[in-house]
Design a protein around this ligand. Structure first.
Ligand code: NAP
Ligand code: MG
Length: 406
């Protein structure tokens, strides 16, 4: 069979450790035999980031802006231990942070559901996708301790504009020791967040839920609510109605209760802290971090696909010692299928879209036939399970894929 042709290259961001090993296997066994793959390759492996003073990360982000779709391997965010392990010139920032800032994007996390890996919540039948507003709030706050002062101590919010005009508002008058916190967000960032959420919901034909605590935080959370509402009314109402999907706002505590009782199937947009907490709960509740995909969507419609997990360092050290590993490649495979499908949609390539669908189908069918990696074998409800090593799992998927395509 002739290989599937592409038009525009995918931006390929290679990465580190065990996921870099899986990356090569996925390309060799699952993609290159079927697709005449066109990529513009950026090596975000830590060694090359160091050689280029991290310029390669920014270059890859700019290429993503130019072409519209990227697929990224997990990468090391350096800490002290990595500084000496890789003999680094600098403690570089997280590549994901750099790319997110350059694309002004929102991260959407979606679980991959398969029979035999059951969500802990019995009612969930469809994936729940989370969108976290990864900007500001408590993550960029200023905090103070009020201690041992000459009481009373008056705490105020104070604004000083460029002309020196001041606006002040009392927060609290302390008669004794306490604590204080100030935080902010920007209208531009809230708008980008809202736009990315509406775009993703339309793209995936999913209902969009948004929740804050605007009854208590009338100005701060109230602003988030107002931005979403206005954008919905002016830009998305008709598009949503045409697509048969809904926008639904409710209070965060009500949303939590409703999500648990639901069948799933919605996109749930959350403020920064809510998203931080809920995404860890969701990943665990759906079964495994290794079955969670992540896509960064910019408000102007640029997409970057990856797995939600890291470089699986512990497995990599075993691999280096020549020991067998059983690392789950599913989320990384779905990053590739997601990126190829998006490229296919943008370039109108039905064969490539079909391939992306088949790659996912083959992956799911392999697990559902009882062949899986150790992390899944440990939690599956299926019987007669074969635990495969990293490479044999990918080979088993390749066999299914070949069957599907013949
Ligand atoms: P991790 O790579 O996600 O792995 C944590 C543990 O989760 C693993 O040791 C393993 O448990 C399990 N696990 C995760 N993914 C798995 C998979 N695909 N298959 C099987 N088991 C899997 O997190 P980490 O060890 O904390 O971080 C390692 C490096 O990744 C760090 O340098 C960090 O900076 C980086 N990181 C990158 C990204 C990203 O690029 N998006 C995200 C997070 C972390 P067992 O050991 O029990 O088998
Ligand atoms: Mg967290």
């Amino acid at each position: 069979m002739a290989k599937i042709q592409m038009k525009t290259p995918l931006v390929e961001m290679d990465g580190d450790e065990m996921t870099r090993i899986l990356w090569r296997m996925i390309k060799d066994d699952l993609i290159l035999p079927f697709v005449d793959l066109k990529t513009e390759y950026y090596d975000l492996g830590l060694q090359y980031r160091d050689e280029t003073d991290d310029k390669v990360t920014m270059d890859s982000a700019l290429a993503t802006k130019k072409y519209g779709v990227a697929v990224k391997c997990a990468t090391i965010t350096p800490n002290k231990a990595r500084m000496s392990e890789y003999n680094l010139k600098k403690m570089y920032k997280s590549p994901n942070g750099t790319i997110r800032a350059a694309l002004d994007g929102t991260v959407f996390r979606a679980p991959i559901l398969v029979k035999g890996i059951e969500p802990y919540v019995r009612t969930w039948k469809k994936p729940i996708v989370l969108a976290r507003h990864a900007h500001g709030d408590v993550y960029k706050d200023s905090e103070m301790k009020v201690a041992g002062a000459a009481y009373p101590v008056k705490a105020e919010l104070a604004l000083t504009d460029a002309e020196g005009n001041e606006t002040r508002q009392e927060i609290f008058t302390f008669k004794n020791d306490g604590i204080l916190e100030g935080m902010y967000n920007t209208s531009a960032s809230i708008h980008s967040f809202a736009k990315s959420c509406f775009e993703y919901a339309l793209d995936q034909k999913m209902d969009l839920w948004f929740s804050t605590k605007d009854t208590i935080s009338k100005v701060y959370d109230g602003e988030f609510k107002a931005v979403f509402e206005e954008m919905y009314e002016t830009e998305y109402k008709e598009k949503f109605e045409a697509a048969g999907i809904e926008y639904f706002y409710t209070l965060i505590d009500d949303a939590v209760a409703r999500v648990i009782r639901s069948e799933g199937g919605m996109l749930w947009a959350l403020k920064n802290y809510d998203g931080d907490v809920m995404s860890d709960m969701m990943a665990t509740a759906f079964g495994s971090l290794a079955m969670m995909t992540s896509v960064l969507v910019s408000p102007d419609g640029v997409y970057e696909y990856e797995a939600a997990h890291g470089t699986v360092q512990r497995h990599y050290y075993k691999y280096l010692k020549g020991e067998e590993t059983s690392t789950n490649s599913v989320a990384t495979i779905f990053a590739w299928s997601g990126a190829l499908r998006k490229r296919a949609e943008m370039d109108e390539l039905p064969e490539l879209k079909q391939f992306a669908d088949q790659l996912e189908e083959a992956t799911i069918a392999t697990i559902e036939s009882g062949k899986m990696t150790g992390d899944l074998a440990a939690i599956t409800t299926l019987e007669n399970v074969t635990k495969l090593n990293s490479e044999d799992f990918i080979k088993a998927i390749a066999e299914k894929l070949t069957e599907l395509r013949s």
